[in-house]
Each structure stands twice: as C-alpha cells, then as structure tokens.
Design a protein around this ligand. Structure first.
Ligand SMILES: [Zn+2]
Length: 416
C-alpha cells in the first residue's frame, strides 16, 4: 500500500494558514434572527451528478467541491492538526493500520478516497484522516478530555402506520460544515446508483443516503471508549451504501473486526421494513420497528445494557435530546394518528437548547442540525429539509429526490 511515511505526512499536511473561522451569519445569529434569514438562491443543497468507477466518482466529488473541502479544513485547522500530531507521534501506527484494513477489505472505497483527494488537490492521507477522524479523535480523548461537545449527534424517528412509513433523521454535526454540505447522485459502473447527503470530503453513507435497490440509510454516532484495530466506521457506512437489501446492509455492518461503535437506521423502500442496529466492536443488537421508535446517540437496546454509557456520559447532547423527544412524544396522539408534520415539529423543537432536537450553535458548543432527511417509503423518495428543520419548514427549503431502480433521479421542490 502506498502511504506516506509519518514524516512526509506531517510535511504535506500543513493545511493552509490557520485562517480564523467565521461562521456564516445565518448560523451565528440568535434563533429568532436566524429564522428570518431568507435563502434567495435555492431551497436545496448543491447537487452533483457523477458516473463512473469509484475512483472517478470520488474524483468528480473532490473536483466539484474542492472549495468546500478545503474551506472546511481551513476552518477546522486546529482540530485537524491535532489529529495529524497524533498520527505523527503514534508509535502503534493505528491510523496506518486502519487504512491498511480498509484497503484489504474494501479496496474500492479506498480508491474512492484517493479520487476525492486527487480531485480536491489534497493528499490521500488527509482525506483518509478526515474519514477516520472518529477513531483517531477517540484515541486522543483517551488521554485527554476533549472540551465542549464536539461529537456529532443526530436524532431519529421511525414511523409506520396506515398513512406513513418513514425514517426521519436530523443530521447534526459541527457548524464548520453546515454551509458546505452537498448532495451526490452517483451512478456506478457496476449499475448501483445512490443519492446521498454529503459532508465535505467525507464518504457517502455518513449522512443519509438512498440507493437504487430501494435501501435507505441514516446513521447516529455512538461513542466508543476503546476503538479497535478493525474496519473504520465511515468505511462500513460507505460499504452499506451499495447493499442490495436491509439484510445485506446488516450483514456488512456487523462484519467482524469493527473498529468503532455506531447506530444504523436501515429501511426498505420495497417492503417497508425499518430496523435499528446498534453496534460496538464485538457486539451488536438489531431491532425491527413495528410502528414507532426513536434514537439519539447512545445505546438503548435491551441487549446492549451491558455496554450502556454511564449516566454522566449521556447527560450532554444525546441524553438531553432523547429526554425532550420522550416528553414531546407523550403529547402526540396514538401511533396510528401520527404524521410527518408532528414529528418534524419535534425535530424542530428548541427545548433545552443548545442540546435540543433542533440544534443551533451557542458559545463553544458548535453542534448544528445540517439538514433533516425523510426516507419516505410510501412515496419511494428521500426528502431533504435544508439546514435546521425550524428554518426549512418556515421557508419551504424542502426537496424530494426520487431514485428509481435504473438509477435515474427526479428532483422535485414540493413548494414550487
Ligand atoms: Zn431550530
């Protein structure tokens, strides 16, 4: 495997000057003023349509969104340099081992990262490190407690009744990415297509995605105190993007030798199946949703009790959002009467801010809701609410993506 030596990595990874990050006005203003923000250009995220092999699609993404990827790295240069420092000084070569395992198990995913890097004018190691940052950050946190709430969140509902069948998911992350997110419609030479919500520089699958086999996927970060030398989280997320069924996606996600913990929501647009999959290295639990379910960012399955986080560890964002959702759900009618509108209302809720279901940054707590995805099984569509759902619903920043079995995409703005 061609990987730069630690020294070369250090030399080539000096990502621009430490430009001070200034968040766009819409995200830095208080809640009320943010709601007044009107996006005059578009109700949707920028969309790239690309076809080819994995490297070519990666290259197309890197080229098209080079500015987004490089801007993100400039904004988070301190964080990124800390990751680089760790990799540089790590005598165990943990990062290099993870990349090696990824290349051995999923060589096409590593080729895709190489394509992204080449297109964006970055080194492969930089793109790989962005995609493996959860594992490396966890290693850093083992020696020092990270400040603030840097871990990504995400709040998710599952609903199945006479009228609705969907996964609804708030994609939360660091606000340095918020105005740099994009959509990718990829048509792989293999015949697989997908429409994905994308973080700058990251592989598809980290954020919500739907594929041409009728598989929908969203993911929730789950902390992991002891990452293993195994397949990285983002690589497994990317691998399931091409799964042909929920069953295959679960099989990939529960492959032995996983490096990290995660929670997947998978659904079938064909048969209406919706599942919740909790994993940590060495254990997992799968629950099929009968009618209603919700999840944030800590393990809650009965079979995962032994691996539950301590109370103090979930008292931040994840525990707070789950508590608000639990309270708000109590006010809803019976499951048979529940609607998309009611649940988007809960995901737009600001109780216990900044650790509310709809997240807005405050002070050094930079978590934000980047967008809300609805895997709408009945309409066979992935709906995206752009940025915070409170803003998206008020401004009609809503877009529906219909992907058929041939991989052709239809984009509809329901408000237009
Ligand atoms: Zn909001």
């Amino acid at each position: 495997m061609k990987l730069l030596s630690r020294r070369d990595f250090l030399k080539t990874s000096a990502v621009a000057a430490a430009a001070l990050y200034t968040a766009p006005a819409v995200f830095t203003k208080g809640l009320s003023s943010a709601i007044n923000f009107i996006d005059e250009t578009s109700a949707s995220f920028p969309l790239l349509q690309a076809s080819g092999n994995h490297y070519e699609i990666g290259h197309a993404v890197g080229s098209a969104f080079s500015k987004n990827i490089n801007t993100f790295l400039k904004r988070r240069v301190e964080w990124f340099n800390e990751l680089i420092d760790y990799v540089q000084n790590d005598k165990t070569d943990y990062f290099i081992k993870l990349v090696g395992i990824a290349e051995e198990k999923f060589p096409y995913i590593v080729r895709e990262m190489r394509g992204i890097a080449k297109g964006a004018g970055l080194d492969f190691e930089q793109i790989a490190l962005m995609n493996l940052s959860t594992e490396i950050s966890a290693m850093i946190e083992r020696t020092k407690k990270a400040e603030g709430d840097e871990n990504p969140g995400c709040s998710t509902f599952h609903l199945k009744n006479q009228k609705y069948q969907f996964i609804m998911h708030n994609e939360d992350g660091h606000d340095a990415s918020a105005d740099l997110m994009y959509m990718l419609h990829a048509k792989l030479a293999s015949g697989t297509s997908y429409i994905a919500f994308m973080y700058p520089g990251m592989l598809a699958g980290v954020a919500p995605v739907m594929n041409s086999y009728g598989l929908g996927q969203t993911c929730n970060y789950i902390p992991c105190d002891e990452p293993k030398t195994g397949i990285p989280r983002a690589v497994l997320y990317r691998a399931t993007v091409e799964a042909k069924s929920v069953k295959e996606a679960v099989k990939i996600s529960t492959i032995e030798s996983r490096a990290f913990a995660f929670h997947n929501n998978f659904c079938s647009f064909d048969n209406g199946q919706i599942v919740s999959l909790e994993t940590i290295p060495g254990a997992y639990s799968l629950i099929e949703t009968k009618d209603f379910y919700f999840h944030t960012n800590h393990n809650i399955h009965p079979d995962m009790k032994a691996y539950e986080k301590k109370e103090e560890d979930i008292s931040g964002s994840s525990g707070s959002r789950l508590a608000v959702m639990t309270e708000e759900v109590k006010k809803l009618p019976a499951v048979s009467e529940r609607t998309e509108q009611q649940l988007i209302g809960i995901l737009s809720n600001h109780k216990q801010a900044p650790y509310s279901p709809c997240r807005h940054p405050r002070g050094n707590i930079r978590g934000i809701t980047m967008g809300t995805a609805v895997m709408d099984i009945n309409r066979k569509a992935m709906r995206m609410y752009k940025w915070n759902p409170c803003l998206a619903t008020a401004n009609n920043w809503i877009t529906d993506y219909y992907l058929n079995a041939d991989g052709n995409l239809k984009v509809v703005n329901p408000a237009a």
